[in-house]
Design a protein around this ligand. Structure first.
Ligand code: CA
Length: 241
């Protein structure tokens, strides 16, 4: 989970799939691309998970216990907050004739089982690039700091900054939403992943390392500590002394 190529860079993907081995495989591969992945096995559980976590994309199986993928898709498209969440529908070959129905119900794309994982990953990337470009842009720039997701290089004022893998992910996560305050729990979820147990103080340790690596001379601290709340990436870097 910590070794990512960071393409997904924190975009939240919900997998709704009742076949356990397939659900695991999807989780593993999506996490390897840097997405924050949640998995549920029932259609009705998915409704709850979506309301709680508002994913950036849903990989949705058609045949599910509780509530079918098709019905769930239809409901999501009528919901105020869920209307725009992209959906990739997974269908079995026998259901292929119903594809059109799936698309008119509001899925953005569909993949027929058994599918190739690289193909599914490519579609996930393509949809997120279209709907959520800031999450997938290869270079993030805030003030004098530039982070290149593909080469894993970070520069400040043109000087290369060397970061450990966790500090890199942390910086990337914060730079996606300059000015926004994240609690330690949110940073753990977004950077370390939902299913990893890490003490919240670990966040402070890595923020400390990140600051140390990023600052030279009188450069501004890129991370703002918000007492009682957490941390934010400074959106005032433009005013660097
Ligand atoms: Ca199924």
């Amino acid at each position: 989970m910590l070794q990512t190529n960071a393409m997904g860079a924190g975009a939240k993907v919900l997998v709704v799939e009742d076949e356990e081995p397939l659900a695991l495989l999807l989780r593993y591969n999506l996490e390897a691309e840097g997405y924050a992945v949640d998995v549920v096995h029932r259609g009705d559980e998915a409704e709850v998970a979506i309301a709680e976590n508002s994913p950036d994309l849903i990989v949705l199986d058609w045949m599910l216990p509780g509530l079918s993928g098709l019905e769930l898709c239809r409901r999501l498209r009528t919901g105020k907050d869920s209307r725009t969440i992209p959906i990739i529908l997974l269908t079995a070959r026998s259901e292929e004739n119903d594809r059109i129905r799936g698309l008119t119900t509001g899925a953005d794309d569909y993949v027929v089982k058994p599918f190739s994982l690289p193909e599914l990953m490519a579609r996930v990337r393509a949809i997120l690039r279209r709907t959520n470009p800031e999450r997938i842009a290869s270079v993030l720039t805030v003030g004098d700091i530039e982070l290149d997701r593909e080469s894993h290089r970070v520069t400040r004022n043109g000087r290369q900054v060397h970061l450990g893998p966790t500090e890199f992910r942390l910086l990337e996560f914060l730079m996606q939403s300059p000015g926004r305050v994240f609690s330690r729990a949110q940073l753990l979820d977004g950077v370390w992943g939902r299913n990893v147990y890490v003490d919240e103080r670990t966040v402070d340790v890595h923020i400390g390392r990140l600051r140390k690596a990023m600052m030279r001379g009188n450069e501004r601290d890129p991370v703002r500590t918000v007492r009682g709340a957490g941390y934010a990436f400074s959106d005032k870097l433009e005013e660097t002394a």
